[in-house]
Design a protein. Structure first.
Length: 223
């Protein structure tokens, strides 16, 4: 399912024209930083605890189909998993594009998407976006998601994604089984000559490796 290597793409992939006109144009606009001015990036990679906290504070939660997987279908990951909160959820429920769900239902969606190896991302945009406020959480795959697949295809993750945490590996407990390598959407973990290697510069703290490690050798550290 994952791209893992810069430049990898599917035959039926998002075209460069689509990425430039619809995806990267928006990304460039929200990540332009004036000289000597610091600002938060809108594209944040979240982990399970992050999303649980966001959902727990929401007054309204909705869910809709992932438009990217509906259009591309490169994997069999769950589709009805894109969640919105508060004003964004209420707008989508009102216009019929989403249905309202309870917190327990939202947590079930979160569990299902994590088990499927999807990356939870907060994508802030639109008229209801407010800096620092997360009202939308997507569960992304690197094979279908227009933003994640494009960012990884061109090696832009370190420049355009903001992480909430980073994973740390206890090498004394690691058995080099490679389970975490298969789960990493960003290519931060590899097997080289039978041994596990880790590049922290490519880790964005999604936590997919943490939950799959059979020896609990991997933990997340907040940033």
């Amino acid at each position: 399912m994952t791209h893992k290597k810069q430049g990898y793409r599917f035959e039926d992939d998002w075209t460069l024209e689509r990425l430039e006109t619809r995806t990267f144009t928006v990304t460039k606009e929200v990540t332009t930083v004036p000289v000597n001015v610091e600002m938060d990036a809108e594209h944040r990679v979240l982990n399970l605890d992050n999303v649980k906290q966001i959902l727990g504070k929401a007054r309204t939660i909705s869910v809709m189909d992932c438009n990217c997987r509906v259009k591309r279908g490169h994997c069999d990951a769950p589709v009805n998993v894109c969640m919105d909160m508060n004003e964004t959820a209420e707008r989508n429920i009102a216009n019929g594009t989403a249905r309202e769900i309870t917190l327990d239902e939202a947590l079930d969606v979160l569990k299902k998407t994590h088990e499927a190896g999807l990356v939870h991302m907060a994508l802030g945009s639109g008229e209801f976006y407010k800096p620092g406020v997360i009202n939308s959480v997507c569960s992304c795959c690197s094979c279908c998601c227009t933003i994640l697949s494009g960012i990884l295809r061109f090696g832009l993750a370190p420049h355009l994604l903001k992480s909430q945490a980073v994973s740390v590996t206890d090498v004394s407990a690691c058995t080099d089984c490679g389970d975490c390598v298969d789960r990493c959407q960003f290519g931060a973990r590899e097997m080289v000559d039978g041994s596990h290697t880790f590049n922290p510069d490519l880790c964005f703290g999604c936590g997919l490796c943490v939950s799959t490690c059979p020896t609990n050798a991997i933990t997340l550290v907040g940033m």
